[in-house]
Design a protein around this ligand. Structure first.
Ligand SMILES: [Zn+2]
Length: 310
């Protein structure tokens, strides 16, 4: 529902935003599915005194989403796009020019979309990434000194290697196009982005959302379609029984501390399918599901993809 709601809001009040950056007045491109669903863009297209002799396709980005730290956009590239760049890095786009991008927890204050077109033009669009007020807790305790021991790192290195290798897998999953759902409903016991400051020294922030149902063994479902890229066969030191799902286009989910994983690596899963059970394996003080979402290197706040839990 989230995506359609966002698109609806955009259609109602955001036509100027949708069409800003337009370089030539003409009919919306058929390649732009989002734009073609929007009402007639007449109000945003000021009449031009001298239209070009040869009409060219409108070269605009169409998108909707949550343009804030930890947020995301889904959109369609301008007609004729050959290469798409996000903050200077080339990113993928799919059939009919559809793309996904996200803003890291510490992103901003702006991000730039750039499309290099077949005719040599470049269309850019600067997005203002709204800052968030993260939950910060200042504690009068010194941060633990000393790094991990060599004994710990001997176990940890191969775990990290598996996580990195899983995230590098490109499965062609299409779940990124869907409106995400909550994997399980319960109490949110840990918010994305929250952080402790130890006597002025910041600890690492919380990279996911914790959901507690009060019990171990509660089943949880795939928030969107995908392919299993990691299903731990033994508990990892921190993550415990770790399950990772690729949703395609660089977007993936990680589910930590599971008591059971009910799918296998390489398996396709569909939105709403039961994939595991909540537990407290790894570093966890009680049973909860830690759900982390990443797009390439950007960490996303899951609530911005699902909408609030009702
Ligand atoms: Zn957590």
């Amino acid at each position: 529902m989230r995506g359609s709601r966002a698109l609806g809001a955009l259609a109602a009040g955001g036509i100027a935003a949708l069409l800003a950056g337009c370089v030539a007045p003409s009919e919306p491109s058929s390649a732009s599915a989002a734009a073609s669903r929007a009402p007639a863009p007449a109000p945003a297209l000021a009449p031009t005194a001298a239209p070009p002799a040869k009409p060219v396709e409108p070269a605009v980005f169409a998108f909707s989403g949550e343009i804030e730290q930890g947020g995301w956009i889904k959109g369609v590239v301008p007609a004729g796009t050959r290469t798409l760049l996000f903050d200077g890095n080339e990113i993928a786009f799919g059939e009919h020019g559809a793309f996904f991008a996200a803003f890291d927890r510490d992103a901003g204050p702006s991000a730039v979309l750039a499309a290099k077109l077949a005719d040599g033009r470049t269309v850019t669009r600067t997005l203002t990434v709204a800052p968030r007020a993260w939950q910060i807790e200042r504690v009068n305790v010194a941060r633990r000194k000393g790094g991990p021991t060599e004994a710990f790192m001997r176990i940890r290195r191969p775990e990290l290697a598996r996580i990195v290798a899983a995230r590098a897998k490109r499965t062609g999953a299409e779940g990124w196009r869907q409106d995400f759902i909550w994997p399980v409903k319960g109490r949110i016991s840990g918010r994305f982005g929250s952080q402790r400051i130890y006597r002025g020294e910041p600890g690492s922030y919380h990279g996911g959302t914790d959901i507690t149902t009060g019990a171990s063994g509660t089943p949880f479902v795939a928030p969107a379609d995908g392919v299993v890229i990691l299903a731990a066969d033994h508990p990892f030191t921190l993550e415990g029984n770790l399950l990772m799902i690729d949703h395609g286009m660089g977007l993936n989910s990680a589910f930590l501390h599971c008591s059971d994983i009910l799918v296998r690596e390489g398996e396709r899963v569909t939105q709403g399918q039961v994939i595991g059970r909540i537990g407290s394996t790894g570093r966890a003080t009680g049973p909860h599901l830690h759900w982390a979402l990443k797009w390439n290197d950007a960490r996303i706040d899951p609530i911005l993809l699902t909408g609030p839990m009702d």
